[in-house]
Design a protein. Structure first.
Length: 352
């Protein structure tokens, strides 16, 4: 490579490797095999399925992606919106966006904290890592979240945030719109803030499960009983838990809670498409008794789910030294109030 391309060789190698990584992450945007990236820009790029989901919510509107980077999210927005404009403060990324999106893309260099559009819905995905390090505090986002909310107070605004963001802190910053927690390929990807005018009436929390297409919001009924385990235990998707919608999800699917403060649900019928755990045995959590129960069932590989009790699943699995042939699951949780609460183990057979 060096003999043929001289000092450009490292850049060519890196670009080729980045394009290979992008092929999976951005596949839903079409062919990105000729796109330009930096390593950090590709890490920061919104995975295409999530960008397209957001773009569908903005269909038909005029939008301004004010932190467009190399253009991945803007590519999704251009498919659905009436018009999409992109800007970024970084001239190199903008040049890459121009290459990636082509001569028709509306792009300009601008600081997101100094609005260059009027009336358009502003979409911002602040940088949450620099030089490989993650910045988790909203005040450390680039641009800072508080400044963004203040700058666009009178505009319709969408902000992509880290999934772990402190919701109370958002209220303290004056945010009163909808928080949408999105999961894709089994993991929680982001918490997205939607200003009031973009949210459905009354919705303050939404969980969007892109793998199944299911959405749950806090305007749905949340009358979910607390009862002993039925035939199945369900561990709701992380986005449902993070959005605080476990009871709403349970009510929708005819499930009940095992404990009012614990996110496990139970029911006699497993909702369609949901992975569940069929209860074979319930016992007070005690390692020796658990080992006996699992050995009697010829358990080999063991999946361990834990909520509300201090158990290290990997360490427990090693200590149990199971030698059987049947793959099983155990759900270990606390049932009852904190003081009286005791660990309970449910030995289960997973539905898949
Ligand atoms: C997380 S990346 C955006 C990724 C983009 N949504 C995508 O999917 O490819 C954040 C971007 O914000 C830009 N940025 C940081 N501070 C900015 C500011 N004050 N104004 C405009 N852009 C800014 C960075 O240059 C970076 O490209």
């Amino acid at each position: 490579m060096r003999a043929r391309f001289g000092e450009r060789a490292p850049i060519l190698v890196e670009t080729t490797l980045l394009r290979r990584r992008a092929a999976d992450k951005l596949a839903d945007l079409g062919d990105v095999s000729s796109w330009l990236f930096t390593d950090e820009a590709l890490q920061q790029a919104t995975v295409a399925a999530v960008a397209l989901h957001r773009a569908r919510r903005l269909a038909g509107l005029v939008v301004h992606d004010a932190t467009c980077s190399v253009g991945t999210e803007l590519a999704a927005l251009r498919r659905t919106s009436a018009r999409a404009v992109g800007s970024d403060i970084d001239p190199v990324r903008l040049a890459m966006a121009r290459h990636n999106l082509g001569p028709d893309a509306d792009l300009c260099r601008a600081d997101a904290l100094h609005p260059v559009t009027r009336d358009a819905v502003v979409v911002v995905d602040p940088a949450r890592r620099r030089g490989g390090r993650r910045r988790l505090r909203p005040a450390d986002y680039q641009p800072a979240l508080g400044l963004l909310l203040a700058t666009y107070r009178r505009r319709e605004l969408v902000v992509k945030c880290a999934p772990g963001i402190d919701f109370d802190q958002l209220s303290r910053l004056g945010f009163e719109g909808e928080i949408e927690v999105t999961a894709y390929r089994g993991s929680v990807r982001e918490a997205c803030l939607w200003s009031g005018g973009l949210a459905a009436p009354g919705v303050r929390r939404r969980a969007s499960l892109l793998d199944s297409g299911e959405q749950v919001t806090d305007t749905e009924p949340d009358d979910c009983a607390v009862r002993p385990a039925g035939r199945w235990i369900v561990d709701p998707d992380g986005a449902v838990v993070r959005a605080g919608l476990v009871r709403h999800y349970g009510a929708r699917h005819g499930l009940w809670q095992l404990d009012p403060d614990i996110a496990y649900l139970s029911g006699d019928r497993l909702p369609a498409g949901v992975r569940g755990f069929e209860v074979l045995e319930q016992l007070a959590f005690d390692e020796r008794r658990l080992r006996q129960a699992l050995s009697a069932l010829d358990c080999g590989a063991l999946e361990i789910l834990v909520r509300g009790v201090q158990v290290d699943p990997d360490a427990l699995r090693r200590r149990l030294r199971l030698r059987g042939s049947r793959p099983l699951s155990v759900v270990i949780t606390r049932i009852g109030s904190a003081a009286a609460g005791r660990g309970t183990a449910f030995v289960c057979c997973p539905s898949r």
